[in-house]
Ligand binder design. Structure first.
Ligand SMILES: C[S@@+](CC[C@H](N)C(=O)[O-])C[C@H]1O[C@@H](n2cnc3c(N)ncnc32)[C@H](O)[C@@H]1O
Length: 345
């Protein structure tokens, strides 16, 4: 079968080619017979017929070879086009998967922010009695000489004020530094006045709020113990990162801080806006000082506390009873031994 098909392909690829080749072979035999019989004119005519047929066959072969080459070139081109299409589809798929993962991250971020907001709102709604309790306790401690500036919203909640007030009562700080002035500045002024010791320096990055707080201080006649300074926010390098932080010259004279209350700058001034407080002011803290950070019910503030504790091993978190504040004690030497006030038996 293989030999038969070999002869077939030798004669030609198509039936027409094979028929023509067969005819040439027959003609060749006839011409050979004519020449053997010395029939020269007929033999010559036959031979020229064979040559013409062979020439036609060769021309047809060339045409077909050209067709095949063209088809091969077309196929190669379409293969290259296919390869290009596959490459571009691969890039598209990569791009889609990148966009999907970015979308996933944004969704997860949005969900966690939403959950945090919900937690805060539920917290605010359910702790109404605690806030009332805190107000009752605060107004049991002082009798303001003028209307108090409002608590809540941008200002501290009553529970936060109560926590700060209790710290001043317990610790009797000499120097209180507050970052972010407002209602809390007035309460701190009353607290140190009542203790009969200490002063409050409050720092604000906005002139308008600093002036508002100064007016409240004047109204409550707390100028002898309270001061408000304007310190604009400037780009400051902390731990190799750039933050918007209070200009250092305004805080330069503040040494041996006993209570550092961090309630500014506001979060909308930059990422982790309050983080620089510890790296920038740690060496100004007195041994045994307290650092208080408000709003630790927020994820960002919780993260700041974690970073502070890592940054400064001399800081340790203390427990609090009221308010959403983290209270950290700065201790470089062992705490003083407790005095024994127990009655002798
Ligand atoms: C959280 S507030 C400080 C609040 C302050 N410790 C108190 O208890 O009232 C931080 C900063 O936000 C700015 N600020 C205060 N009230 C604001 C308001 N209603 N809108 C925009 N910024 C305000 C002031 O510059 C302030 O220093």
């Amino acid at each position: 079968v293989r030999g038969h098909s070999g002869i077939r392909s030798l004669l030609g690829e198509t039936a027409k080619q094979r028929a023509a080749a067969g005819l040439v072979v027959v003609l060749g035999v006839v011409v050979a017979a004519l020449l053997a019989l010395r029939q020269w004119p007929l033999g010559a005519a036959g031979a020229s017929l064979i040559l013409t047929a062979l020439g036609l066959l060769a021309l047809d072969g060339r045409r077909r070879t050209g067709d095949v080459q063209r088809r091969l070139a077309q196929q190669a081109e379409s293969t290259r086009g296919l390869a290009r299409a596959i490459e571009s589809t691969k890039w598209d798929v990569g791009q889609i998967s990148r966009e999907l993962s970015a979308l996933g991250e944004a969704f997860a971020d949005g969900r966690s922010r939403h959950a945090s907001l919900l937690r805060r709102s539920v917290g605010l709604a359910t702790r109404h009695p605690q806030e009332v309790e805190a107000l009752l306790q605060l107004y049991g401690k002082i009798s303001p000489t003028a209307p108090m500036p409002p608590a809540g919203n941008w200002a501290l909640n009553p529970t936060g004020v109560l926590n700060l007030y209790a710290i001043v009562e317990r610790e009797c700080p000499g120097l209180v530094v507050e970052l972010g002035s407002g209602t809390s500045t007035v309460w701190l002024g009353y607290a140190v006045t009542r203790q009969g010791r200490g002063r409050v320096v409050s720092v604000d990055h906005l002139v308008s709020y600093a002036e508002q707080t100064r007016s409240a201080i004047d109204l409550h006649e707390l100028g002898a113990v309270s001061e408000v300074r304007v310190a604009h926010l400037v780009e400051t390098a902390v731990d190799g990162e750039i933050y918007q932080w209070y200009e250092s010259e305004v805080l330069a004279d503040l040494q041996q801080i006993d209570l550092l209350f961090v309630d500014g700058p506001p979060g909308d001034t930059g990422h982790d806006a309050r983080y620089p407080a510890v790296p920038q002011l740690l060496d100004r803290l007195a041994d045994g000082a307290l650092v208080v950070l408000d709003d630790v019910d927020r994820d960002d503030e919780q993260e700041i506390v974690e970073r502070w504790l890592k940054y400064a091993p001399a800081l340790a978190r203390e427990t609090t009873v009221v308010g959403d504040q983290a209270v950290l004690r700065y201790r470089v030497s062992p705490p003083p031994a407790p005095t024994d006030h127990s009655p002798a038996h």
